[in-house]
Design a protein around this ligand. Structure first.
Ligand SMILES: Cc1cc2nc3c(=O)[nH]c(=O)nc-3n(C[C@H](O)[C@H](O)[C@H](O)COP(=O)(O)OP(=O)(O)OC[C@H]3O[C@@H](n4cnc5c(N)ncnc54)[C@H](O)[C@@H]3O)c2cc1C
Length: 386
């Protein structure tokens, strides 16, 4: 009988935990190293589209991840004068589901799927790098040999950097403050507040997203050069002047929030020897399609499927990248393009989004990722809808 294979994973975010669950469920022994002292996620809320929901189904995390989540129905884009310039609808019982979810629920659900299948998660374990022969190196100097090492350690990935995989690291001109605020009774009852709403004002943007019965996810976007708008605690007067019609929102924010500039990462290749990179470490992208986490999870699941078929790890990694990378590259490109109008004059921007949402070819490009069936998902994994 072949020996049980072992994988060491750096990072317990969306990508690392999905891979941990998928490998453990295929009989591998799995250890995840998380630098934080507990499993905690930054970024407050998240949109998970049909492709990401299928990954949850494939690893058995769907029910826990979506419990209490908000099923998306419509997303509106409003101009500086609060007029709707574009509207997208998702019929709740349609073929393409999407949910907005408190991020921590997703992390907890993926961690439960991973540990339930036998994966070990070690918190407070900082990774310093990796060696292509299959060695994970910790910051405390300890070294762990494995059949496979995975760098799922986010944008600043020491695993990726220790292997010299970076082709380009590009900081985009915008970033966002993200946070959760309690959802009021009025917002729970109101017709308008059942939708996702993206409010534009000059180069600033506010994204209003209910994520549960009790919580609303707010993303306040602005150019990196707009230093007053990215201050935390937020400048209530500045944001109220920007959005007088949303003045009720800002005093509720208090000192919540975290600022992140948007980053696009492209690698020469996703692996070297017995070490692979997944998630933001490999392909951080602009958030305009809401697919960074979805792609990270799809690639983490697919990695387990491809390598489970291959005794030769480097050959399996090459086949995995050939299979998965074209869709990720496409998603990065389209997500960047959807951010371009942010710096355009308001009328041109309104024209772009209106055109984009009405043009079937453009819509197909935008939805290619969401409608993709992830490798590793099969119809028998589908969770019945209610
Ligand atoms: C404003 C904004 C909005 C977004 N909205 C969406 C959305 O709606 N939908 C979507 O799908 N995606 C969205 N994304 C993208 C999504 O957040 C990321 O793609 C996703 O979180 C990446 O997951 P990851 O597991 O690769 O990395 P991370 O979530 O960064 O996880 C990496 C983990 O590794 C740990 N770590 C780091 N360094 C080390 C180390 N040296 N040793 C050990 N552990 C380490 C970290 O503590 C962390 O737990 C958005 C991004 C932004 C910026």
């Amino acid at each position: 009988m072949a020996a049980r294979r072992h994988v060491e994973i750096a990072g317990a975010g969306f990508a690392g935990l999905t891979a941990a669950a998928a490998f453990a469920q295929r009989g591998w022994s799995v250890r995840v190293h998380e630098a934080g002292d507990r499993l905690r996620t930054a970024g407050a809320g998240i949109y998970i589209y049909e492709n990401g929901l299928k990954v949850f189904e494939a690893v058995g995390a769907y029910e826990a991840a979506t419990r209490g989540a908000f099923p998306g129905r419509a997303r509106e884009m409003r101009d500086d004068a609060d007029n709707t310039i574009a509207r997208i609808e998702w019929p709740v019982d349609g073929p393409m589901r999407m949910f907005s979810i408190v991020r921590q629920n997703c992390i907890d659900a993926l961690a439960a799927a991973a540990t339930g299948a036998g994966a070990e998660i070690v918190t407070g374990s900082e990774v310093a790098g990796a060696e292509p022969e299959g060695m994970l190196v910790l910051a405390n100097g300890r070294r762990h040999k494995a059949d496979l090492v995975i760098g799922a350690d986010g944008v600043g990935s020491p695993v990726r950097d220790s292997l010299g995989l970076m082709r380009s690291f590009r900081q985009l001109p915008d970033g966002a403050i993200r946070l959760l605020v309690p959802r009021t009774e009025e917002e729970r009852e109101g017709a308008e507040t059942q939708n996702y709403i993206e409010y534009w004002s000059g180069r600033r943007r506010l994204l209003y997203t209910p994520v549960s019965d009790d919580a609303v996810y707010l993303a306040l976007l602005c150019p990196v050069a707009d230093t007053d708008a990215q201050r935390i605690p937020i400048d209530v007067d500045l944001w109220t002047r920007t959005y007088p019609h949303l003045e009720h929102l800002f005093p509720r924010i208090g000192d919540r929030g975290r600022w992140d500039p948007f980053v696009v990462i492209r690698l020469k290749r996703w692996s070297r020897g017995r070490v692979a990179t997944i998630g933001d470490a490999a392909h951080a992208m602009a958030p305009n399609l809401g697919q960074g986490g979805g792609c990270g999870m799809m690639n983490g699941l697919a990695l387990a499927v491809y390598l489970d078929r291959h005794d030769d790890i480097p050959a399996g990694l090459a086949e995995w990248e050939r299979g998965e990378r074209p869709l990720t590259d496409h998603t990065q490109r389209i997500s960047t393009i959807y951010g371009w109008p942010g710096s355009w004059p308001p009328r041109l921007r309104a024209w772009f989004y209106d055109f984009a949402h009405k043009n079937p070819w453009v819509e197909r490009q935008r939805l290619r990722t969401a409608t993709h069936v992830p490798v590793g998902w099969t119809p028998d994994r589908a969770v019945a809808r209610n």
